[in-house]
Design a protein around this ligand. Structure first.
Ligand code: ADP
Length: 263
């Protein structure tokens, strides 16, 4: 089943083309990676999927809903972890989540059960009485995911979820994403890290200057793994070389028989 679909989705900010003619499908239960260098249109795409910004042209469907027409329904069903998570620093982790359950209108018993469940899952149960201002970036990010899971979403959208995390915290967070997938939650995440999407995504769309330059499974992308680093062979295409070079984790791109070797 198709969970997210876009047709000719485009967004311009004045003369800046942020997203151009995007045709994308995300399938139920997969982890889909929106991969691209900074400025390639990842966040703008996500904002349009959530109904937070209006497309200049084209349309999006999320769980069959048009986010521009039914933003509340989309918000109720889709978990969104933005680039910068906002919490009330003076409140504890528990209090922050309790506030969210009030906004969601959950009855007290149900709210408490769900808060305990998500805090335990995110490894934050022991620190639930601590103020969020004392949390590390990694803890805040896990609390962000805990908050997202309170409403038991079928789809979760994560914008650069490991940016600013140290390698250990990033690895832990990727494990949590794998657990979401194991539970049947559809995940769309954006990243500028090639090795990250290779590790956790089923399919990847490579963005370049607002356009989808490449779309395929991770196996199609990563045909071989060589001692420590990845070697990827992809069909040569317009803009592809530049798009790969803009990613973190790519040292060079070599052309060879109509293919690129990305090292
Ligand atoms: P990414 O998430 O891949 O870094 P963005 O979607 O944030 O890319 O940005 C895509 C392009 O649109 C960039 O050129 C960026 O400068 C531009 N852009 C994004 N948001 C705005 C805005 N609110 N006003 C003007 N330009 C914007």
């Amino acid at each position: 089943m198709t969970v997210i679909q876009t047709r000719g989705l485009s967004k311009r900010y004045g003369r800046v083309v942020a997203v151009e003619d995007l045709n994308l499908e995300v399938w139920e239960g997969e982890v889909f990676g929106v991969l691209g260098p900074n400025g390639s249109g990842k966040t703008t795409t996500i904002l349009m999927l959530l109904g937070l910004t209006e497309p200049t042209q084209g349309e999006a469907r999320v769980l069959g809903l048009d986010p521009m027409r039914e933003p509340l329904k989309v918000k109720a069903r889709v978990g969104y972890l933005p680039d910068q998570v906002g919490f009330y620093g003076e409140l504890t982790a528990w209090e922050n989540l309790r506030y969210t359950t009030r906004l969601l209108g959950l009855p007290e018993g149900e709210a408490k059960a769900r808060i305990e469940e998500v805090l335990r899952r995110m490894g934050l149960w022991e620190v639930r009485e601590r103020r969020v201002s004392a949390f590390s970036r990694g803890m805040r990010q896990r609390l962000g995911l805990a908050e997202v899971l309170l409403k038991r979403p079928k789809v979760v959208i994560l914008d650069e979820p490991t940016s600013g995390l140290d390698p250990e915290a990033a690895r832990e967070f990727l494990e949590l994403i794998k657990e979401l997938k194991a539970e049947g939650i559809t995940v769309l995440l954006s990243s500028h890290l090639l090795h990250q999407v290779q590790e956790i995504c089923d399919r990847v769309g490579l963005f370049h200057k607002g356009r989808l330059a490449l779309l395929g499974t991770v196996e199609e992308l990563a045909q071989r793994v060589l001692g420590g680093g990845y070697e990827i062979l992809v069909e040569a295409g317009p803009g592809l070389e530049e798009a790969f070079l803009g990613l973190e984790g790519v040292a060079r791109v070599e052309a060879e028989d109509g293919r690129y070797r990305v090292l």
